[in-house]
Design a protein around this ligand. Sequence first.
Ligand code: FE2
Length: 212
Amino acid sequence: MPFSLPPLPYSTNALAASGMCQETLELHHGKHHNAYVVALNGLIESKGLAGKSLETIMAEAGRAGAEGLPVLNQAGQHWNHMLFWQAMKPNGGGESLPGRIGAKIAEDFGGLAQFKEAFKQAGVTQFGSGWCWLILKSDGRLAVTKTPNGANPISTGEGTPLLGCDVWEHAYYLDFRNLRPNYIQNFLDRLVNWEFVEHLLLSGGMSSGQTA
Ligand SMILES: [Fe+2]
């Protein structure tokens, strides 16, 4: 089965009151994300990807270094956006986190405010396009990290992504113009679906369920 673009888990105007307008979602999901899916499907035969899961493809492409980049750019972006859409919800964010993730953030960062500052700092300092992440490392601790372009903590082997924020300009230019820090702050304060992050923490991370 070729890869496919899942529908958004909400309508394209559902996040408008929380700082992400309908036009952003229509373009970002319907054009940008879809283009990664189409491009990835175009690589299945020439790159010998048939039968492999999206997660395996990303990990192998990451290990292949520069040679793996053409595949990683598309495969990573497909996976990253699938997580991103689910990691947001209308009237998300807030100060009250579900039990386990709330406790882990307090334990590993010292508090929600400290986590937000570290996450925002990672996103702001990602030079050019990329993503900032909350990950669960193999030692059981949470950490914040950032990756360029289509890479992610699976392709770098850093850990299990629990939350990712797209810091490509296409993610924020319509809503926040050039102000990436404001976009990330808004993401944290008003968009994050913490129940989904809690679910990923408890279930061991997101499985796309998609195979070439
Ligand atoms: Fe994006």
